[in-house]
Ligand binder design. Structure first.
Ligand code: F0G
Length: 467
């Protein structure tokens, strides 16, 4: 693909290769096609049920799948497992202070534990919690305590073809309307980058405006900051006045424009496990700390082992390194360019952690109730041993009411999430070629119907049958 591809990367003077080299490798293998067919059938056509060993290129998620650096492994080996006040906890506290500018935080086992603490402690039945676009675990944690999560995505996010720079922004007019109403809003959230909406960034200006509006009503703003580093890169690349600023300064500004944050270290923490919760209010922090002790652990380890904390303390610093971020964003953009150059419909512009294929458009003969995004995901496994994830009618089974309907809810997407520092451009070239081959005989791809499904979060465990 590269040789005849004018949009390729290798002749581009700007594009340096990855700023790392391999010193340990993990073999992967491509099963023969009849075996892939068989594995898929045994898994009830649900890719979450496959054994990872039966997958050749695994783009199911970018969460917890990063390759750690030698510095992270060294820190892991040196970690002391003290119950209270371990060295990794203090290293992590220094990182959180230096990078995010917060002097207090709670360590949790992953992002959704932070969401749980926040929801269980600060939200109550009937409360309304607005966001640009809540991630599904955030939404579920808020709903579990009887609160109502609502999405206010900006208008631009609804058009998958629009090339606006910050399609992750929140619609601030709708936020103002809500805050001026009689609704009780304990906090406002902003997801950076907007995963559910296509991995699109939120501008610094939008974060500041949301903060200003929320604080004007004495309501705190909490960032869902899983992919803060990738968001900061896009701020520098696309936002007026930011082009010459160092990434760490932009990151500080992002976190300074909020009153708290939840963080899954499995994304921009470059770690395989871990999460954080930060709040500026000492009083609220104390309430959450008490809850942390109940459900996660003592405050200097919470939900993490000291070894995990050590990897996160180093990983967060590596995630804002210029050379790393450049190669990360370049690689995701490369797959996006290759696919779109050959006519595979993708959500525009490229996001930070994944390429979202518009499967509804690629497979127009498959109706939404036959799950085009999932049909494409199955085809990618059948044709190439590639695992991806549907974000569409299978994932969002309930009909959303107007207030909670986010941009991607109207779309039938297949997400190709790229693990950090794991695959080479050759792997992505293979993924692109496989997708293009599927496009060329798209009519051979059939929809599916559900044969067995649980009451909620059905996409994780449902069984399906091709039509
Ligand atoms: N918020 C966002 C925006 C996320 O993308 C995720 C996880 C979470 C919160 C929850 O964090 O997994 O550590 O509990 N996203 C993963 C994904 C699962 O594949 O996009 P977690």
């Amino acid at each position: 693909m590269r040789a005849n591809h004018s949009n390729g990367h290798s002749l581009d003077g700007e594009a340096l290769p990855e700023p790392f080299r391999a010193k340990m490798v993990e073999p992967i293998r491509l099963l023969p096609k009849p075996e892939r067919e068989q594995r898929l059938a045994e898994a009830g056509h649900n890719l979450f049920r496959l054994k990872a060993d039966d997958v050749f290129v695994d783009l199911l998620t970018d969460s917890g799948t990063s390759a750690m650096s030698d510095s992270q492994w060294a820190a892991l080996m040196r970690a002391d497992p003290a119950y209270a006040g371990s060295r990794p906890f203090h290293d992590l506290a220094r990182t959180v202070n230096d990078v995010f500018g917060y002097d207090q935080f709670l360590p949790v086992h992953q992002g959704r534990a932070a969401e749980h603490l926040l929801a269980a402690t600060l939200a109550k039945p009937g409360d309304v919690i607005p966001s640009n676009h809540h991630f599904d675990t955030t939404r579920a944690n808020l709903a579990a305590v009887g609160a109502k999560p609502v999405d206010f995505p900006c208008r631009e996010s609804l058009d998958p073809d629009g090339r606006e720079s910050f399609k992750g922004n929140m619609d601030t007019e709708r936020l103002e309307e809500l805050l001026a109403s009689r609704a009780h809003v304990p906090f406002v959230m902003l997801t950076i980058t907007d995963n559910a909406g296509g991995g699109q960034p939120v501008s610094l200006a939008n974060i500041r405006r949301v903060h200003e509006i929320a604080n004007g009503h004495r309501v705190p703003l909490i960032l869902d900051s899983c992919r803060f580093a990738e968001n900061a890169w896009f701020v520098r690349e696309r936002e007026p006045g930011q082009a010459t600023r160092p990434i760490p300064d932009i990151v500080r500004d992002i976190f300074a424009a909020a009153d708290g944050f939840t963080f899954s270290a499995k994304k921009d923490g470059l770690a395989n496990m871990g999460g954080l919760l930060g709040l500026r209010s000492p009083e609220k922090m104390e309430r959450l700390r008490q809850r942390l002790i109940l459900v996660e652990g003592f405050p200097t380890y919470g939900g993490m082992s000291a070894r995990d904390m050590a990897t996160v303390a180093v990983g967060i610093r590596e995630a804002i390194e210029e050379a790393y971020l450049r190669s990360r964003i370049r690689q995701v953009g490369l797959l996006h360019r290759w696919l779109s150059a050959y006519g595979v419909p993708v959500v525009r512009p490229a996001g930070g952690h994944a390429v979202y294929v518009n499967a509804g458009r690629m497979l127009p003969h498959v109706a939404p109730e036959e799950f085009p995004g999932h049909a494409l995901a199955c085809a990618l496994y059948r044709e190439g041993g590639i695992r991806s994830c549907e974000i569409g009618s299978l994932m969002f089974d309930a009909t959303p009411d107007d207030a909670t309907a986010g941009g991607s809810r109207r779309l039938e997407l297949t997400r190709l999430a790229i693990p950090r520092r794991v695959y080479s451009d050759n792997h992505l070239d293979y993924v692109a070629r496989t997708a293009i081959r599927i496009l060329e005989s798209a009519h051979d791809v059939h929809g599916l119907r559900i044969t067995q499904a649980p009451a909620s979060l059905r996409h994780f465990s449902a069984r399906l049958q091709p039509l």
